[in-house]
Ligand binder design. Structure first.
Ligand SMILES: [Zn+2]
Ligand SMILES: [Zn+2]
Length: 415
């Protein structure tokens, strides 16, 4: 089966996930190694995968041992190709994604950064003592690509700490070509900020385990001519018809910081009410965590961007199967049996989620096909996430019932 989705005028359409972590990053599965990744990426349907953690000495050696090529690397004749990628944290706790064109540039960047970290190898995602302007300068000197990671998440997103890209990246803000949306935002939300309209939006998984449940749970479909770093650069710069043509990922409501919510008693808040209460819970006195949606509303200066590629909200097939059959554990045998049937028939998961006609999916499993159809038509609803708790998918036809804190103006006598 040919994995390329479309070949016309020599263009290839590929699925890419450009942000993952290695087994050397905190909280990551020790199965995160290239041979496992290559196998699982094929089952998922990913043709281009970020390596994660490419500045970490042990992981860099593992990559050099396993990957062959130049710019975009192959492993042992496998379908999935790799690009050198890492995530770093700057002094202000902001996370950034870096893509590099070669092992020699990775060595070069490592060398430059050694003096800005107590220990560059303490974690796959190194902590640096410099800020956004300095790190972007170093990456551009190494001919890499650079942009904010999960830009809107509280704690580690650029917009959690700054009101504009310029505030964080200074004179290099105009050279940044992409922004990673993260699990709590989609193009529709992010395009409410007009300074982002020129950027390529990436929907990546930030996966901590190599299996199709996590790998490419968000992914990008892009148009390139061949597997080279130059082509990837053109995609990010939207040059010569190379570009991202589709973003796929979670409903933003699923993210654990989507709505503003008390971290203690989990009460939901509307932005105006949380502000009036100075972000202290009116129910229990706890801290209200500002949700991604409200943060974007605060920064919003326009309605949207009609030029943006389509965004399809979709979940991993395992999760869809479990929801369709109301099975509580994702790792149950009955879930994997159905998953395997689909993969055996259609080759990979992304094809099942996005490309294969519903009538064909119905022949494998009617119920699951009905859910996939509902995702494709954007008919899925859920209980939104917030306060550090993920959102929850609802069965078809169900609407979420959530209550927001009711703010009452206190009468004078109460003071
Ligand atoms: Zn991060
Ligand atoms: Zn509370």
């Amino acid at each position: 089966m040919n994995f390329l989705l479309y070949e016309n005028m020599d263009f290839l359409e590929i699925n890419a996930d450009l942000h993952i972590h290695s087994k050397y990053a905190r909280g990551v599965s020790n199965k995160m190694e290239i041979p496992v990744l290559a196998k699982q990426a094929k089952l998922k349907g990913v043709q281009l995968l970020g390596t994660g953690d490419c500045l970490h000495n042990k992981w860099l050696s593992h990559l050099k041992e396993n990957l062959k090529g130049e710019g975009i690397y192959g492993y042992n004749g496998c379908e999935t190709k790799f690009v050198l990628q890492t995530e770093v944290q700057t002094f202000d706790r902001v996370h950034h994604v870096i893509l590099l064109p070669s092992f020699s540039k990775a060595d070069e960047l490592r060398e430059k950064l050694l003096k800005y970290s107590n220990n560059l190898d303490a974690d796959g995602r190194p902590h640096l003592s410099i800020g956004g302007e300095e790190i972007s300068e170093f990456v551009f000197e190494c001919e890499g690509l650079f942009g904010p990671a999960h830009a809107f998440t509280p704690y580690f997103g650029v917009y959690a700490h700054y009101n504009s890209l310029k505030e964080c990246y200074g004179k290099y803000s105009n050279k940044i070509s992409f922004l990673e949306l993260g699990l709590s935002a989609d193009s529709h939300l992010a395009d409410k900020i007009s300074e982002l309209h020129r950027l390529t939006f990436l929907s990546n998984s930030d996966a901590h385990s190599p299996y199709p449940l996590r790998l490419a749970r968000e992914f990008n479909r892009m148009k390139i001519k061949e597997f080279t770093f130059e082509e990837l650069k053109k995609v990010m710069l939207q040059k010569d018809l190379r570009k991202v043509i589709l973003n796929c990922g979670f409903y933003p409501e699923h993210g654990k910081y989507h709505l503003s919510r008390c971290k203690n008693c989990l009460m939901f808040y509307k932005l105006e009410d949380a502000k009036k209460l100075n972000w202290k819970c009116g129910n229990c006195g706890g801290t209200i965590n500002k949700g991604v949606k409200d943060r974007i509303l605060e920064l919003s200066d326009c309605d949207g961007n009609p030029e943006r590629p389509k965004y399809i909200h979709i979940y991993p097939l395992t999760e869809i199967i479990a929801t369709a059959y109301n099975i509580k554990t994702l790792y149950s045998e009955s879930v994997s049996e159905i998953w395997e049937k689909f993969i055996k028939q259609f080759g990979n998961e992304i094809r099942v989620l996005i490309d294969v006609e519903i009538e064909k999916l119905e022949k494998i499993d009617k119920k699951v096909a009905e859910y996939i159809d509902a995702f494709r038509q954007d008919k899925i609803r859920q209980i939104p996430g917030g306060g550090g708790i993920y959102g929850k998918l609802l069965p078809l036809g169900k609407k979420p019932k959530i209550e927001f804190f009711k703010y009452r103006q206190k009468s004078l006598s109460e003071y």
